[in-house]
Design a protein around this ligand. Structure first.
Ligand SMILES: *Cc1c(COP(=O)(O)O)cnc(C)c1O
Length: 433
């Protein structure tokens, strides 16, 4: 039976009959699982029977989250992590197999930028970072012999920039490499990467997927299996003792898990050994959050549109607005093509104040939170260049086109009139002598 999105978001991945008819998804607060005997253990170990061994590698509450997100995206499998950064760093490690290059953009989440620019190169994985608005020929020119993936955000952090995902997918596939998408800002409600050619999706579940700012988590979703070639991606073809069959014959991940070799490798070699596993308590919070994903995100989009309209009327204090649906946006056509439900509730604007006045604006908000988060049910704002993108040097900020006057808003579920009134009074206070 294949249900529609809103049915999956409340019911997907969980069958109460397998859990004592419990309507709420139980938290399996356990480190280990008792085996009925050696055969039971061996069957689970070899993947011949569904079951669990140890919660670092898999847990029923976490499995419900993985199955639900996989269904929402139309993927073949998903894997949860303790944070979005764990999902992202482990995915990029597994794709490269520990060496090679990844093509990504300069306009990306600050933590990701520093990971790509500093941490990964220190262990021999290089990144080519391109300007977001480059032509497809410029992208193509940066693909080298040992480039193993293209990695982008579907809506960029912080400037809500968009990309032509289908042409990037085509470019990636022509070169025999997968397209990996950080779909955190969009969530599966606003954008469905697999329908446009992506191969792997990453989420910070901390953000709008959960939506309540009460847990840190991440999810990786695998689409229909990518055609991993043996010369470029030997990690999928190497025979592993840990993937052995019931009779102890070592198998490759492609052999053992042909429907989802990537998440199988990621679980067995990366989640298991780097150990950034999601707690079942947090998995339950995120599952509950997902039950209202469409309702929350659609209201947040409506609030964002109202705030954009208000800021548009305040050209006395606002110099520019970076929102894909905005009349001045160069991403309007992409927004219409890829985002039928809207382009999200996060955007930036330029504040016509000096450094001191930016601080005053931030100190004057009463309803908006001043937080390094997005997608929460409560609205928040932040001066990105000094905070969420504070990892970037002034030169890197300029290259990423993040201007010093940038304020990023993330709209929540409050009444838009109250949010507008809050900005109104904070703008006034920012300019008081
Ligand atoms: C927050 C964020 C991350 C990191 O996620 P955490 O859950 O905080 O580790 C990655 N990508 C994007 C786009 C984000 O906004």
């Amino acid at each position: 039976m294949s249900y529609k999105f809103d049915t999956v978001k409340v019911r997907g991945g969980y069958n109460a009959k397998e859990h004592n008819n419990s309507v709420g998804i139980p938290v399996y607060a356990t480190a280990a699982f008792d085996f009925d005997g050696y055969d039971h253990f061996n069957n689970i170990r070899a993947g011949a029977q569904l079951g669990f061994l140890y919660s670092r590698v898999g847990n029923p509450t976490v499995a419900a989250l993985e199955a639900r997100v996989a269904q929402l995206d139309g993927g073949s499998a998903a894997l949860a992590f303790a944070s979005g950064m764990a999902a992202l760093s482990n995915t990029l490690l597994a794709v490269t197999g520990g060496k090679g290059r990844i093509l990504s953009t300069k306009q990306i989440y600050g933590g990701t930028f520093d990971l790509e620019n500093d941490v990964f190169p220190s262990i021999g994985i290089e990144f080519d970072l391109i300007d977001h608005d480059s032509s497809i020929e410029e992208w193509a020119a940066l693909i080298k012999e040992d480039t193993k993936a293209i990695f982008v955000e579907s809506i960029s952090n912080p400037g809500a920039r968009l990309l032509d995902i289908e042409s990037l997918a085509e470019l990636a596939h022509k070169n025999g490499i997968p397209l990996v998408i950080d779909n955190t800002f969009a969530t599966p409600y606003l954008f469905r990467p697999f329908e446009h050619g992506a191969d792997i999706i990453i989420y910070s579940a901390t953000k709008a997927l959960n939506g309540h700012g009460n847990a840190i988590g991440g999810v990786v979703v695998e689409g229909k299996p990518f055609n991993w070639t043996e010369d470029k991606y030997p990690q999928f073809y190497k025979k592993h003792w840990v993937a052995r069959d019931l009779d102890n014959n070592p198998r490759s991940f492609i052999e053992a898990f042909p429907q989802f070799p990537f998440t199988a490798l990621l679980r067995t070699k990366y989640l298991a050994y780097f150990g950034a596993s999601l707690s079942p308590y947090d998995a339950q919070l995120i599952l509950i959050g997902i039950e209202t994903l469409s309702e929350r995100v659609s209201k947040q989009v409506a609030n964002a549109r109202k705030l954009v309209e208000y800021l548009d009327s305040r050209s006395d204090v606002v110099s520019w607005i970076s929102y894909p649906e905005h009349k001045d946006s160069k991403y309007k056509a992409l927004a219409e093509k890829y985002f039928p439900n809207g382009t999200g509730a996060i955007f930036t604007f330029g504040f016509k104040g000096n450094d001191d006045q930016i601080n005053k604006l931030i100190n004057s908000i009463q309803l908006f939170g001043f937080q390094a988060n997005v997608g929460d049910a409560r609205s928040l704002l932040i001066n990105s260049p000094k905070t969420t993108h504070g990892e970037l040097t002034p030169e890197e900020l300029e290259a990423a086109n993040i201007k010093p006057e940038t304020i990023r808003l993330s709209l929540g579920l409050e009444d838009a009139d109250d949010l507008i009134a809050d900005l109104d009074q904070a703008f006034a206070k920012a300019f008081e002598e």
